[in-house]
Structures are given as structure tokens and as C-alpha cells.
Design a protein around this ligand. Sequence first.
Ligand code: AP5
Ligand code: MG
Length: 217
Amino acid sequence: MASFVILLGPPGVGKGTQAKIIAEKTRRAHISSGDLFRENIKNQTDLGKKAKAYLDKGELVPDDVTIDMIRDRLRQPDCQAGAILDGFPRTPAQAEALDALLMDFRVQVDLVPNLTAPASVLVDRIGGRLTCRAHSHVFHSKYDPPKVPGKCDLDGSDLYQREDDKPETVQRRIQVYMEQTAPLIEYYRHQGKIVEVDGTREVNDVTSDLMDALQKV
Ligand code: AP5
Ligand code: MG
């Protein structure tokens, strides 16, 4: 079974939703670069102070800052059995840095599922997304409503709308994805690691496609 898996795909396609489920099913660590940045912003760390302006505008945090953060995360003991990467890498320089880093650990990226959905679906999903303050659990006002309005089913903390989920910032994030991250599809296709996954289907159907792909590696 694949150990290091990258979920690629545009904002709102379901990377976080699927990464969480797959990580639990396969007992791998779930590494979300976006969640790590938001956690640092919440705790007002130096890293959070550097990253905040970029997240607010929907721009990418500079590569050196992002790569250092992920390097530290991958060195944590829970990553020894592998990890599901969600939101990293996002530029060719990040992908090359990840390859070099994993080579040091004598492992490699095993599989890169590329989740796809049209922009209308992304906007609809991001528009209704509700995120929990305590642990970044994700709900959707229409597709996955919480049992108690405004409260996380799993830990009871408040649900909020992410600052960068405002319509104008969403458009910029989609554009940034097209310009800076979509080239990674070819990067990993060259390595024979891309598997295409239709992200428009229901959550459970997407999960089973991903699990099938993982079993084959
Ligand atoms: P990040 O947090 O990674 O945001 P993103 O890539 O824009 O992706 P999202 O989290 O918006 O979407 P998702 O694909 O995880 O969808 P989700 O599962 O939540 O990054 C944020 C920012 O951090 C960046 O803009 C940048 O500034 C910075 N950053 C992060 N990584 C970086 C990096 N590597 N380099 C530089 N900067 C970086 O689903 C969305 C909604 O849809 C939810 O409400 C969910 O319930 C619902 N949903 C999910 N699946 C389905 C389904 N199948 N059917 C119906 N509804 C569904
Ligand atoms: Mg996410």
C-alpha cells in the first residue's frame, strides 16, 4: 500500500475532506499545509505572522517558508509510516524539495491522485464550507450540515467561514492554482504517479476511488 500520497487539486475540490478519511483508514499522518498555516496564525507564531498576508490575499506563501514548515512536520514520528499530503507541494520548487527530502529518508512519493471538478462546483463548495475553530474539521451548509447549527459535531467548537473563502479571494485562489500548481500534474505524470479522480461525485464514491488506487500501489 502506498505510503506517501499527494492529493492534488484546486481549492474546494475536497482534498482536506478526503485526506482526513484516507489518513484514518490507512493509519497515515494527514499533513495539510493550509491547516498548519492557519494554526500558526491563530497562535500568532513568527511563522503565522509571515504567512497571514499571503493567505488573506489568496496568494502562495513563499517556497522557503513553506518547505521549512513541511520539513519539520515530516520529521515528526507519526510520519514514519507515511503521510497523506494535502495542499503541499504547490509549486515545482516545492515538489523538487519534497523529492529530495524523501530521498534522505529513503522513501519516495508513491501516488498522486489528481482530484478534478469544474469551477462552478469549487465555488459552490467553498461558499458553503464551515470550518471548526478547534481542529479544522470541515462541514458544508448544504452537503454536510452540522447536527447543531454553528457547532462542530466532533468537538463542539464554533464553526466559522474561512477568511479566504470570500468570493473575490476564491477567484484569485483558483487563478493561482491554474498558474502555479497545475504544472505539477505534468511533473508527476512524467514520474508515472498521477491517477485521475473525478472529484464531483459524492464523498463516499470519491473515497472508494482513492482507496482502490492506493491498494494498487
Ligand atoms: P489550503 O487550506 O490548502 O486551501 P485550498 O487548496 O485552497 O483548498 P481548500 O482547503 O479550500 O479546499 P479542499 O480541497 O481542502 O476542500 P474541502 O475538503 O475543504 O490553502 C490555503 C492557503 O494557504 C493558500 O491560499 C496559501 O495562501 C496557503 N498555502 C497552503 N499550502 C501552501 C503551499 N504548499 N505553498 C504556499 N502556500 C500555501 O471541501 C470544500 C467543501 O466542500 C467543504 O465544505 C466540504 O464539506 C465540501 N465537500 C468536499 N467534498 C465534497 C463532495 N464530494 N461532495 C459535496 N461536498 C463536498
Ligand atoms: Mg483544505
